[in-house]
Design a protein around this ligand. Structure first.
Ligand code: AMP
Ligand code: MG
Length: 416
């Protein structure tokens, strides 16, 4: 049995980043950019106005005051998307935000400081030369490197891609992640209950959703019974996947066939089985495929174990395959409310906690029932508190490290 940190190291060392694909901008959200992005033009492409008002020559408004305003004849108009116009001595042009600065003009006076009568504008205040002008290239210059390869694309980057006229962009492929659910007792949603011992699946769809959240492309491979024939058949469906996730059947029971059969059917090389963690001890991991480029995770069947193993082990692998540089969930330090005790300290334990952000920092509250089969504890959880190896008690108010998988507890904390 290996330590959690060792297991994570083995996983990441054996995870290879996938190749590239070209996607349309509106499919690029959350994908990792695989090319450097350069500016195709200056932005703004020419000097333009940051205000609605009048484009003037500084010379003409020098010394203007409330009592002694500058009076200029209005001879033109410059609006966003309009033509380049001209201003001569003693004249001004109407100008609107985004309008090109007219030839001859060097200053924009905002509307609020002016009054119009007939065809003349009265300007009641001198402004510094160049006021309210957004200079050509003030944002960026043609040829500037705007976004480096490796950046995970958010709405801001997608806006920039669009502004530099990139309708398509090279990104890293998302891994196809196959999910095979095992167990004689497991029912898919919609199937009728015929026996008391039957269990409706949760893992199939919680894993499916976790894969989506992590940026992978989930594929449900089906449900297999705990017998060699069915296991062999359903495992063969995994061949087109980059990552195979199985749930259940990976422990030491007579009917736990998964480990042996992934070796037999897919040629998986198992790199570890069993990790000193709770829940999720019997997790298995291996590599397969022609160049050992594919991954296998044998995930225990207990619903909480499945979710914990995914967040801590599978998600980092999906992110690495997708080209991401930061692959781990954030870990914060929080005050533990109510404290936590356990009998043995042999394994790293992940306890489900609700998080709050208070004036005093993060506060973590553990869910009462921590059994690995208690899925309801996940409903309110935002993170997994880490009770380290050797630790059997954390007192009320002491600090605990928490792996955060859901940041929604911070929503609404912006108070303007
Ligand atoms: P196993 O890892 O196959 O020994 O299963 C451990 C426990 O998890 C058993 O009580 C199973 O019934 C339960 N279990 C296995 N697979 C699932 C699943 N897909 N959904 C919900 N519970 C499951
Ligand atoms: Mg089972």
């Amino acid at each position: 049995m290996i330590a959690f940190e060792e297991a994570l190291k083995i996983i990441l060392e054996n995870t290879k980043t996938l190749g590239l694909e070209k996607v349309f901008l509106n499919q690029a959200l959350g994908m990792v950019l695989a090319e450097d992005i350069y500016a195709d033009r200056d932005n703004p492409p020419a000097d333009n106005s940051g205000m609605d008002g009048f484009a003037v020559r500084y010379e003409d408004i020098k010394g203007a005051t409330e009592e002694n305003p500058a009076v200029l004849e209005i001879i033109a108009e410059s609006r966003a998307g309009g033509e380049l116009v001209q201003v001569k001595p003693g004249t001004a042009a109407y100008i609107y935000t985004g309008g090109l600065i007219p030839e001859g003009a060097d200053t924009v006076v905002q509307k609020e400081l002016t009054k119009v009568e007939d065809n003349r504008v009265f300007i009641f205040q001198e402004l510094p030369e160049g006021s309210n002008i957004r200079p050509q290239g003030g944002d960026y210059r043609k040829g500037d490197l705007l976004i480096k390869a490796g950046k995970k694309l958010r709405p801001a980057e997608i806006g920039i891609l669009s502004s530099v006229n990139k309708p398509t962009v090279y990104v890293y492929q998302r891994p196809r992640v196959g999910i095979l659910t095992t167990g004689d007792e497991i029912l898919d949603v919609g199937e009728p209950v015929e026996k008391l011992s039957q269990i409706r699946t949760s893992n199939t769809y919680s894993l499916y959703s976790q894969v989506l959240e992590a940026g992978g492309e989930p594929v449900i491979l089906g449900f297999s019974k705990d017998n060699p024939e069915d296991t062999e058949k359903k495992l063969s469906y995994a061949r087109s996947c980059d990552i195979l996730l199985t749930t259940g059947g990976v422990s030491v029971g007579e009917y736990d066939l998964v480990k042996d059969f992934v070796v037999k059917v897919l040629g998986v090389d198992i790199l570890f089985w069993k990790v000193k963690q709770k829940p999720g001890k019997p997790v298995a991991f291996g590599v397969w495929g022609q160049d050992r480029e594919k991954l296998f995770f044998g995930i225990p069947g207990n619903p909480v174990a499945a979710m914990v193993v995914f967040e801590n082990m599978v998600k980092p692998a999906i992110r690495k395959m997708s080209g991401e540089e930061k692959v781990l969930n954030p870990v914060i330090s929080a005050k533990l409310k109510g404290g936590y005790r356990r009998k043995k300290g042999e394994r790293l334990e992940f306890i489900r906690v609700a998080l709050e952000l208070t004036d005093d920092g993060f506060v973590a509250t553990p869910f009462g029932k921590q059994g690995s089969n208690i899925l309801t504890g996940m409903v309110f959880a935002h993170g997994f508190g880490m009770v380290e190896v050797g630790v059997t008690e954390i007192k009320e108010g002491e600090k605990i490290k928490v792996v955060v998988f859901d940041k929604s507890f911070m929503d609404g904390t912006f108070d303007g």
